[in-house]
Write a protein that binds this ligand. Structure first.
Ligand SMILES: [Zn+2]
Length: 484
C-alpha cells in the first residue's frame, strides 16, 4: 500500500517539477552549467513538503527500524531523475541508501548524510498521530520532523536540483540515508564504514548534530558541530565478605561502593579546552549578557582559580556548558543485594563516562582509580558500543567557511563551532578521516520545555524554517562542490 502511494506521488512530482524547473534548466544550459542564479523556490518548497510528508508517513520506529519503504521511496525518487543509486543492507528491512552525482574528480567527494529511522512513539500521547505528518499553524507535526527526516529531505533536495540544473561539479556529491542510527548502528553507519567505505569516502560530510537557535521568534545563532565526546562506561565493582545482616562487617561491599561513588561525584576532573571550545566560548561571549560573558571569559583565562570558579558556576547553572569543558562521569546504575538479611559479596555501579576525543582512555581510567582510592573496589571499562575518538574539523576549513558564509546570507547571525557532549554517527566517519560538520534547521528554544522537541510526544518543525534550511543547504553544497 505504501509503495503504491509513493509511486503515485512520485509521478505527480515529476510532472510538476519538470514543468516548473524548465526555466532554471534553460538558464543552466545558457550559462554553461554555472550555479543557476535563480531557482523556482516556490515549486521547490512544494516538492520539499511532498517528499517530507511522504517520508514522515513511513513508520520507521527503531527498534525494529524497518527503513525499507523509506529507503525504496528515496531510491525511486533519485532513480527517476537518472541519479546513480543503490540500496545496501546487512539485515533484512534495515536498508541504507547511497546515491552519487559525479563531478570532474578534481577534489574528493562531499557526503550528505541523514538517518531514516526514528525513536519509538507512544501513540496515545500524540495530539496529531505520530506518522500523520499533519500540517497545522505553520508547523508539520510527526515523529522525525526534527530528528532526522528534516535532514533526509534537506540532503535529498540538492541531489535532485544538482541533477536537473546540471551544475558543473568539482567533486562528487554523495547522498547517504542510513538505517539504525536510533537503534543499532551496526546495521547502519558501522556496516557502511566497514563494508562499503569506498562508496561514502569523502573529504567533507554534512549531517545532523547542529542547528540554528531561535528565541522569541528570531534566529540568534547557528551551531555547527565540529567534534563530539566519546561515550564509555566505567564499572565500579566493590567486593567483600558476605554474611548475616544482623552482624555488620567493615568490608560490606555496598558501603565501599557508596563511598567510592561519593568520591567520584565530588571529583572535578581537570579542564580540557581545545580549539573548538575556545572558539565557541569566544564567539558566545559576543552574544551573551555581561554576567554570562564574564563566566565564559573566566573559562578562557589562564588563572586556574577563576577557571575552577567558572566551571563550578556552570555546573550549577549551565550544566551542558560544564560538561563540555571537562570529562564527565555520571553514575546511572547500581546492582547490589537480594535479601534484607544478607550482606552480598559484591556490589556494582555503572557510570556513564564521556571523554574528549583526544583523551587517552587508559590514562583516564588510572585517574579514576586514584580518585576511588580503594583496592577492594575494582575500576574497569564496561561493555558499551564504543565509538572511535577522532576530531578533524576546524573553523579554518573550506567547509566551515562555506557554512559560515551561508549562515550569514540566510540567517544573518554568528556561527558557533560546537563540541557535542552526546554521540552521533559522524564519529565513525571522522575516525576514517572524513571531516564532518553537524548542521540543522532553526528550532525554537521555547519548544523543548513545551514538549515539542526531538524525541518528544509532539515533535514538530516550522515549515518556513525547513524551507530556509533547504535554501541554506543548497548554497553550502554548491559552494563546496561547484567547479572552480
Ligand atoms: Zn538523529
Amino acid at each position: 500500500m505504501r509503495a503504491r502511494t509513493s509511486f503515485d506521488t512520485l509521478s505527480r512530482v515529476r510532472r510538476l517539477t519538470l514543468a516548473l524547473l524548465l526555466p532554471a534548466l534553460a538558464h543552466a544550459t545558457a550559462a554553461q552549467a554555472q550555479v543557476p542564479a535563480s531557482l523556482d523556490w516556490g515549486a521547490i518548497e512544494a516538492e520539499t513538503m511532498r517528499h517530507f510528508q511522504t517520508l514522515l508517513r513511513f513508520d520507521t520506529s527503531d527498534p525494529p527500524g524497518n527503513e525499507r519503504p523509506a529507503a525504496e521511496y528515496l531510491r525511486d525518487v533519485l532513480a527517476a531523475e537518472g541519479i546513480e543509486v543503490e540500496l545496501y543492507e546487512l539485515e533484512p528491512n534495515l536498508v541504507n541508501v547511497v546515491a552519487r552525482i559525479r563531478g570532474n574528480g578534481s577534489r574528493r567527494p562531499l557526503l550528505l548524510m541523514a538517518h531514516t529511522d526514528v525513536v519509538n512513539v507512544d501513540p496515545a500521547k500524540w495530539t496529531h498521530p505520530p506518522f500523520s505528518a499533519t500540517r497545522e499553524g505553520g508547523y508539520v507535526y510527526g515523529r522525525g520532523t526534527v530528528d532526522d527526516k528534516d535532514n533526509v529531505v534537506t540532503a535529498l533536495m540538492p541531489m535532485l536540483l544538482l541533477q536537473r540544473t546540471g551544475v558543473a561539479l568539482g567533486r562528487d556529491v554523495i547522498f547517504l540515508a542510513e538505517a539504525g542510527e536510533e537503534g543499532t548502528t551496526r546495521v547502519g553507519i558501522q556496516y557502511m564504514v566497514k563494508q562499503h567505505f569506498d562508496l561514502i569516502d569523502a573529504e567533507f560530510c554534512l549531517a545532523e548534530g547542529g542547528g540554528m537557535t531561535r528565541e522569541g521568534g528570531e534566529v540568534r545563532f547557528a551551531s555547527v558541530q565540529l567534534e563530539e565526546k566519546i561515550p564509555r562506561a566505567i564499572e565500579l565493582v566493590a567486593r567483600g565478605a558476605s554474611g548475616h545482616g544482623s552482624v555488620p562487617l567493615e568490608t560490606n561491599p555496598l558501603v565501599r561502593l557508596s563511598n567510592a561513588l561519593g568520591r567520584v561525584a565530588a571529583w572535578s576532573p581537570p579542564l580540557r579546552m581545545n580549539e573548538t571550545l575556545r572558539s565557541y566560548f569566544t564567539r558566545l561571549i559576543g552574544i551573551s549578557s555581561p554576567d554570562q560573558a564574564m563566566r565564559y571569559a573566566s573559562l578562557l583565562s589562564s588563572s586556574a582559580e577563576s577557571q575552577a570558579a567558572a566551571v563550578d558556576w556552570l555546573f550549577r547553572n549551565e550544566p551542558r556548558h560544564a560538561a563540555m569543558v571537562r570529562p564527565t562521569l555520571t553514575p546511572t546504575m547500581i546492582d547490589a543485594g537480594y535479601r534484607v538479611n544478607v550482606i552480598p559479596s559484591e556490589a556494582t555501579s555503572t557510570i556513564d563516562v564521556r571523554l574528549h576525543a583526544d583523551e587517552d582512555p587508559t590514562r583516564f581510567l588510572d585517574m579514576v582509580r586514584a580518585v576511588v582510592a580503594d583496592s577492594s573496589v575494582e575500576v574497569r571499562y564496561g561493555a558499551r558500543d564504543v565509538r572511535p575518538g577522532a576530531s578533524n574539523g576546524s573553523i579554518g576549513s573550506q567547509a566551515f567557511t562555506a557554512i559560515e558564509r551561508a549562515v550569514r546570507t540566510h540567517y544573518g547571525v554568528v556561527t558557533l563551532p560546537t563540541m557535542s557532549t552526546g554521540a552521533t554517527d559522524m564519529a565513525y566517519l571522522r575516525a576514517r578521516g572524513v571531516e564532518c560538520y553537524g548542521i540543522g534547521p532553526a528550532t525554537d528554544v521555547e519548544d523543548g520545555p513545551l514538549g515539542f522537541g526531538s524525541h518528544s510526544d509532539q515533535e514538530r518543525i516550522l515549515e518556513s524554517e525547513l524551507h530556509r534550511f533547504v535554501r541554506f543547504h543548497w548554497d553550502v553544497v554548491t559552494d563546496l562542490a561547484g567547479a572552480r
